[in-house]
Design a protein around this ligand. Structure first.
Ligand code: NDP
Length: 450
């Protein structure tokens, strides 16, 4: 059995029932085969066996009291995967589906994504199986305070710097930060995605979505094309999706569909971003409400689509931006997209495509940007926030945006060159996995067996 399959098999036995984690590891190991054949030193140093094992995993109880006075208990996680290139860095997710396997898959992906940014960032991820939907601000605050009452021991501005993810935005980061400060008495840059008045960076909340659009533009420019005038669809309607829509519109593209966990809105005239933000960000409402305000928009509820939220992928487009969650785009969705003329798929979300869809898209001739590369703008801008905190200065939006654009251009070059070097020209999945891994693996060898 090849070395990579051996390692995967051993992992399945030692950490059972972590499907998303195995999926993420299998994809990376598959891409690495030519590199491992060309450079036996990675095997000699047992880099693969070491890199799939987190340096540290913290699982903890989060007990809190809801508005009715009932005690609630959730599971909290922080997986500190790799500190090879810098402090652990990666978001916190609050979603009922969070478990150890999900946090490990996200943490594993984060190692390579962070390496691709070219910045000093290790990889980590955290979260809780807490559902913020329908909870009052006071409940969210009490939950965040309880979560941080354990987490504060394990984080610090040069140790581990969490950020937001699904279910964790500026409100949650605020409550987490307040509790950290209360316990430690220290105004540290321990979280990113902070409010602008208390250490946040201009451009951080926009960064993942904007960065994904910049990455798509780089992919298309390499083919002598661009996003201007293109018809686009964006799944999700959270932080990443909304800012993807915003940047696409700035660049002259027309976004005709968005979605949420209840269904899809198809608005052929072009999505009204102001209304979308009002519904999803200000009112924290459902996408249906958007369609009820716009007579020419159609809402397709999940119930009309037995396979889940896949209705969006059947809407014809030139470019698709999966920006909601993992495994939201299947092989059949990918085929439908390409049959309908889609020329570009750029992943704002983490691992949004199933393994067979990844294989199909990577082998197709379209521009396909894997999340590890395409959504790295968020974490890169988090590092810009850390730099500003360390120097106690704040840069302008233009300055942050200029740096973000340069970083996304650099990532596109790095992953394209790595793909080319290993005979997989244009396959940015292989390029991202190889380039990210090689940087971390070489540094691990430099740092000895730790
Ligand atoms: P948000 O919580 O702001 O938004 C998530 C969106 O996805 C919501 O519209 C939500 O619908 C939808 N969604 C969540 N779960 C499902 C599901 N099971 N089926 C269908 N729709 C779903 O999260 P973000 O925008 O921050 O994150 C989106 C993705 O981007 C995630 O994969 C995240 O890991 C990734 N990412 C985020 C970064 C960031 O900076 N925030 C950085 C890099 C990657 P509803 O409104 O109904 O809940």
């Amino acid at each position: 059995m090849p070395y990579t399959e051996d390692t995967l098999e051993a992992l399945r036995k030692s950490s059972p029932a972590q499907d998303e984690f195995f999926q993420a590891v299998a994809e990376v190991l598959h891409s690495l085969r030519p590199l491992l054949d060309a450079s036996p030193r990675y095997r000699a140093h047992r880099i693969i066996e070491r890199i799939v094992e987190p340096e540290r995993q913290i699982f903890f109880r989060v007990a809190w009291v809801d508005d009715e006075g009932t005690v609630q208990v959730n599971k909290g996680y922080r997986v500190q995967f790799s500190s090879t290139l810098g402090p652990y860095k990666g978001g916190i997710r609050f979603h009922p589906g969070v478990n150890a396997g999900i946090v490990k898959f996200l943490g594993f992906e984060q190692i390579f994504k962070n390496a691709l940014t070219g910045l000093a960032l290790g990889g980590g991820k955290g979260g809780a199986n807490f559902n913020p939907k329908g909870r009052s601000d006071n409940e969210i605050m009490r939950f965040c305070q309880s979560f941080m009452t354990e987490l504060y021991r394990h984080v610090g501005p040069t140790v581990d710097v969490p950020a937001g993810d699904i279910g964790v935005g500026t409100r949650e980061i605020g409550y987490l930060y307040g509790q950290y400060k209360r316990i430690t008495g220290s105004f540290d840059g321990v979280l990113t995605g902070k409010g602008l008045a208390w250490g946040g960076s201009l451009g951080r909340k926009e960064a993942t979505g904007y960065g994904s659009v910049y990455f798509a533009e780089e992919m298309l420019n390499a083919r002598g094309e661009g996003l201007e005038g293109k018809t686009c669809i964006v799944s999700g309607s959270g932080n990443v999706a909304l800012h993807t829509v915003e940047q696409l519109q700035k660049m002259g593209a027309r976004v005709v569909a968005v979605s949420d966990s209840g269904g899809t809105v198809h608005h052929e005239e072009g999505v009204d971003l102001e209304l979308l933000k009002e519904v999803k960000q200000v009112n924290r409402g459902r996408l249906e409400e958007y369609a009820s305000e716009q007579s020419d928009a159609r809402f397709i509820p999940l119930s009309e689509y037995p396979e889940g939220g896949h209705a969006i992928w059947a809407i014809p487009c030139d470019a698709a931006f999966p920006s909601a969650t993992q495994n939201e785009l299947t092989l059949s969705d990918a085929r439908t997209l390409l049959e309908n003329g889609c020329q570009c798929v750029c992943e704002g979300a983490n691992m949004p495509a199933t393994p067979d869809a990844v294989g199909y898209l990577a082998e197709s001739r379209i521009a396909y940007g894997p999340g590890k590369a395409a959504n790295a703008g968020g974490v890169a801008t988090s590092q810009l926030e850390m730099s500003q905190n360390a120097s106690m200065r704040q840069w302008s939006m233009d300055e942050v945006d200029r740096r973000l654009r340069e970083i996304m251009k650099g990532i596109h070059e790095t992953v394209s060159e790595a793909a080319e070097e290993f005979g997989a020209s244009g396959n940015l999945v292989h390029g991202a996995n190889i380039a990210g891994f090689r940087k971390v693996a070489d540094a691990m060898i430099d740092q000895g067996v730790v």
